[in-house]
Design a protein around this ligand. Sequence first.
Ligand code: ADE
Ligand code: ZN
Length: 326
Amino acid sequence: SDLLAFATGLPKAELHLHLEGTLEPELKFALAERNGIPLDQTSVEEVKATYDFTDLTSFLAIYYPAMNVLQTADDFHDLAWAYLQRASADGVVHAEMFFDPQAHTSRGVPFETVISGYRRAAVRAQSELGVSAELIMCFLRDFSAEYAMATLMEALPYRSWIVGVGLDSDERGNPPQKFAAVFARAKAEGFFLTMHCDIDQPGSIDHIRQVLTEIEVDRIDHGTNIVENPELVALVKERGLGLTCCPVSNSFVTEQMKSDEIVALMREGVRVTINSDDPAYFGAYASANYVALAEQADLSLADLVLLASNSFEASWLTPRRRAEYL
Ligand code: ADE
Ligand code: ZN
């Protein structure tokens, strides 16, 4: 459509993208074959038929087992490189990409294998695509704070390859404050901080309050439930914090894309950004997320320009690099 061409043509930053969530079935088959790993499904259609999510938990139950095909540094490189080529064609000129080292170290893949493969793709994106790509290391919140701290320690030799740290996976019963010491240490090491506050989780507002007042994050991933609390909305505006919203993802893990909430926050002047989250699973890369929101909420082209501009404002680019895009 014209709208898709317009959204694709907008230079934009992607700030909420899980590299493991870019594993398309075709690449999954190729890696399984390369590594001699048997799969339960034999066709792309069969794989997609398993993408039957009703909430975050049912999504994660499909998501983690799929990662078994990722074994070597080349595998991690190939995954990130496939995403970066696709993102570049989609108008993404800067990507801050989440990765989940514990989804791999917990099954015996060394940390160094994961990060060296991803880093090679990020460097290659700059030189071959002109896309700047950074890595954000996420801790899995359903594992212990001790395991998160050990992962942070393991990452310190690679400090310059990692722009920030995040928190993802199953939020129920795993509040931000469980990881307060880990994030305090990460901040002391100079990492930017962000955390997922997923859509409609038990304790959403309380978790958003914790990330703002106890963790003092630099950004919030999703965070859309903040719309219920004017005091917290005022606080994110005052601090100029970005929210990384993911409309199509929302429509898979809840019953709707939460367009009214996202647009209300945008109209209030919150730095709302639009992102794809796990595009291989939710079937929409960045531009398609802009279009889905625009069609649902009847946004103008000027609104889309604002959302793209917000993506650079909320990024962790240096002020000088940011200015090149604004
Ligand atoms: N891991 C990958 N995608 C996620 C999401 N949307 N929420 C929490 N953890 C995730
Ligand atoms: Zn996410």
